[in-house]
Design a binder for this molecule. Structure first.
Ligand SMILES: [Zn+2]
Length: 284
């Protein structure tokens, strides 16, 4: 049906994060000075890729963030000013090797977090980098601050063997994808799925189930891919959120994923978990 992988892009362990070493500042200094140490190279606010799509590494000259080990080689990054426009990263996504994607995501989210969290949210004092760059501590009030992860639900609603997909105004021509939204405080994943589908498409759903997850480093979301059964196929589309939404048959989804010339829509790119959700639905 499709030869694309069924695991979400950006998922997987990436490096050995060696988190037990993070609190040992002397050990991290020693690792940074070892001949095996390498530092991630950046360009225009994004990790630099080789022409083959692998992350590019250089000398460990400014090892502020300890990313972990690749084999015996300790890997570091400086805290770079991250590109504010996520869309500038999308051409890179088409080139990035899937094996390096988890580390790309971690480095990008971590660097961006440092760039935006230099001051204590409790007292306003400037904070220090600790734990190899995996947190910041306030010297004034001792509060420790950790990188935030923002949960997002992204879901396929199904009715009578058809899937609901929507179009946001900024999508490339013809693109349709799964509906999505941030989980709000005090809400579980199922409640967020039901609320978003009702808000954006006016449908009530049941039998909500989790399918797969994916870190999404623009800037630091964790996407929870879900599936739900719609109680009816009558849509009321929120045009403030979506340009359009409609139901697609299994044949239409199959044609889109295989890139058939007369496919009725363009699927999301392989870096998006929405693509994984479509592939798994088709394979089920
Ligand atoms: Zn403080």
């Amino acid at each position: 049906m499709t030869d694309l992988p069924l695991d979400p892009f950006f998922s997987g362990p990436g490096l050995d994060r060696a988190d037990a070493l993070r609190a040992d500042e002397a050990a991290l200094r020693g690792l940074a000075q070892s001949s095996d140490a390498r530092q991630l190279r950046w360009s225009d606010g994004l990790p630099l890729l080789t022409p083959g799509g692998r992350l590019d590494w250089g000398e460990a000259s400014d090892p502020q963030l300890f990313l972990g080990f690749s084999g015996e080689s300790p890997r570091f990054s400086a805290i770079e000013a991250v590109s504010a426009d996520a869309r500038s990263a999308f051409p890179l996504m088409a080139l990035l090797n899937a094996d390096d994607a988890p580390l790309f995501a971690a480095a990008l989210s971590l660097a961006r977090w440092h760039g935006r969290h230099g001051f204590c949210a409790t007292c306003g004092h400037s904070t220090d980098i600790v734990r190899g760059g995996w947190s910041r501590r306030c010297p004034a009030c001792t509060a420790e601050h950790f990188p935030r992860v923002h949960p997002v639900v992204i879901m396929l609603a199904e009715h009578d063997s058809r899937l609901l997909l929507g179009r946001q105004p900024h999508y490339p021509p013809g693109r349709y994808s799964a509906l999505a939204g941030f989980v709000e405080v005090g809400e579980n994943l199922e409640a967020a799925v039901a609320r978003e589908l009702y808000e954006e498409a006016g449908i009530r759903v049941r039998n909500i189930r989790y399918v797969a997850s994916q870190p999404w480093p623009f800037p630091s979301s964790l996407m929870f891919g879900c599936h739900a059964e719609a109680e009816s196929d009558t849509l009321t589309v929120d045009t403030a959120e979506l340009e359009n939404a409609r139901w697609f048959t299994r044949e239409e989804v199959a044609a889109a994923l295989t890139g058939t010339a007369d496919a009725s829509f363009q699927p999301p790119p392989r870096s998006a978990i929405a693509r994984t959700l479509l592939e798994r639905w088709l394979a089920s």
